[in-house]
Design a protein around this ligand. Structure first.
Ligand SMILES: [Zn+2]
Length: 107
């Protein structure tokens, strides 16, 4: 039995289930509808899987409160903690540079 995965386009993309073409022993091609697989959420920079970001079907995700879906901090659910730290440090250093260049005039 050969299994061919289809790249489903258009309106069928919104199907809740993945359509898989399966060749039966009689030689016919029939479509089996299988549950979609959900990959983990990944960091936008280093592509590591993010912690504390559950994944699953929409029916499951809908029931979770927002605070259970991603870490409650800036860039939570988008960047991993180490990339977030790097970005914050870079921003802080740049801000400091601007302050030094333009004379110290903190209001
Ligand atoms: Zn990262």
């Amino acid at each position: 039995m050969r299994i061919i995965e289809l790249n489903v386009r258009g309106t069928r993309r919104r199907l809740k289930k993945r359509r898989v073409a399966v060749r039966t022993p009689g030689g016919k091609v029939v479509y089996h509808y299988k549950a979609k697989r959900h990959g983990p959420a990944r960091c936008a920079i280093c592509k590591k899987p993010l912690n504390a970001t559950p994944t699953g079907p929409r029916s499951f995700m809908k029931k979770l409160p927002k605070s259970k879906k991603r870490p409650n901090r800036p860039y939570g659910g988008y960047l991993c903690p180490s990339c977030f730290r790097k970005i914050v440090l870079k921003e802080a250093l740049r801000e400091g540079e601007i302050l030094i260049k333009g004379g110290i005039s903190v209001t």
